[in-house]
Design a protein around this ligand. Structure first.
Ligand code: MN
Length: 429
């Protein structure tokens, strides 16, 4: 009987520290470029290194059933792996875990092979890991919806009447999803000052981030065939950190009646490592109690919240150190990922391997756990002091926003690394 890939006692011959995001229990997948080869390769993160799965596959390390001839890793994206389904995901994870175990000599004692397939993270450039066909953004944090609703409609009308009955969402823009490290240009657009009769054109003045997490879908469903909620976790491959950049002043003028459009399509940043649901399994937990009870098609078959600590740091161009401005947890989400996927497909809408679905801004119960500047500085009415002489209502040019997240195990972490991006000044209007 092979050891569980989640066993806290598993050790790799590649040493990792207890606060590393990438111990042998994690093994997230990413896509990277290296000067040694032309095409991007697929890798698994282990400590500060990357295990090159593209080369290992070419050398026959995934030749046993049921992985034989599948060519999961001979592509510059994870879409083929995502399409393969959970039994294959689990077998691939088992094989990688065994290759890295401290008591397995196959890789450990082959210095030539190790030199070829183990690369320092610092020597590679991470790429967008997935060719994302469609991107959907939910609005699934009750605290966030209540905060924003209270700001714009007053406390009594904070939640729209539909909110407690379904995971609200909108169809986003996949083409402008970018990998961590990509700078984001402050957008130009139409806004209408409250005291003006007509809109003005110019740079966004209320630039914001949104702390979110996203999941990638695995095998798709046929058009016309909803994914039932009790099977929905079989269609979810893994998760990343998401910063869903937002232009609040553009949003305010454009969003009625159809919802956000240009205020959200300027860019969405994701972390480069996709952490699998298999790795996250020990950190599943109960979510908030749902009252009223959801309709039958949205009733979860079990606990599908995840205990993932989240942090946001901000560094202005005159700051030496980033300052932490938010500390939160993914488990605060009211609607879980299975409910989101079941709701998304109940009409028969088909999803495809590598579609991305983001949670919407994650806000917790306390002011220091709010997941956007809009809430942290309460629509600009409570400027946030982030360092001596540095206050913010919204983001300034050259501000760097960094988000990080991890699950805390007994003596180890299952981490997501980070997603970062800086705001560039607007183009001349
Ligand atoms: Mn969003």
């Amino acid at each position: 009987m092979p050891a569980s890939t989640n066993d806290p006692n598993l050790r790799s011959f590649i040493e990792t520290t207890p606060d590393s995001h990438f111990p042998i229990q994690n093994l997230p997948y990413g896509v990277f470029e290296h000067p040694r080869f032309h095409e991007a390769h697929i890798g698994a993160a282990i400590g500060e290194q990357i295990l090159d799965l593209t080369i290992l596959e070419a050398k026959g390390c995934f030749n046993q059933s049921p992985l034989k001839d599948r060519r999961l890793f001979s592509h510059p994206t994870l879409n083929t792996l995502m399409a393969a389904g959970r039994p294959i995901w689990t077998a691939a994870r088992q094989t990688i875990s065994e290759l890295l175990r401290h008591d397995n000599p196959r890789l450990r004692d082959d210095a030539d092979l190790l030199n070829e397939v183990l690369l320092p993270m610092a020597s590679v450039k991470m790429r967008l890991p997935v060719e994302i066909g469609d991107y959907t953004d939910f609005y699934a944090s009750k605290e966030h919806a209540v905060n924003v609703g209270a700001m714009f409609r007053g406390k009594e009308n904070a939640l729209m009447p539909n909110w407690l009955w379904m995971p609200i969402g909108y169809h986003g823009r996949a083409s402008s999803v970018v990998v961590s490290g990509t700078d984001i240009r402050r957008p130009l657009g139409q806004t209408k000052p409250d005291d003006a009769d007509t809109p003005v054109f110019g740079p966004c003045r209320l630039m914001d981030f949104e702390l979110e997490m996203g999941f990638f879908t695995g095998p798709g469903n046929k058009h016309g065939h909803p994914i039932p909620i009790e099977k929905s976790s079989e269609y979810i491959f893994g998760m990343v950190l998401v910063n869903d950049w937002s232009a609040r002043d553009i949003q305010k003028w454009e969003y009625q009646p159809l919802g956000p459009f240009l205020s959200k399509n300027l860019g969405t940043s994701i972390s480069p490592w996709v952490v699998t649901l298999d790795a996250l399994e020990p950190f599943r937990c109960a979510g908030p109690k749902q009252e009223p009870e959801p309709l039958p098609y949205l009733r979860s078959p079990g606990d599908y919240a995840y205990d993932i600590t989240l942090e946001v740091h901000l560094r202005g161009e005159n700051m030496d150190q980033p300052a932490r401005i938010c500390q939160s947890n993914f488990k605060y989400m009211y609607w879980n990922i299975c409910q989101q996927l079941a709701h998304h497909t109940i009409t028969g809408c088909n999803i495809r391997p590598g579609d991305m679905m983001a949670s919407g801004t994650i806000s917790g119960p306390t002011p220091d756990s709010y997941g956007s500047m809009l809430e942290l500085a309460w629509r600009g009415t409570k400027p946030l002091t982030i360092a001596p002489g540095e206050t913010r209502k919204f983001l300034q040019d050259h501000d760097m926003v960094m988000m990080s997240g991890w699950c805390l195990g007994d003596g180890y972490r299952i981490g997501f690394g980070e997603v970062r991006g800086a705001i560039l000044p607007a183009l001349k209007g």
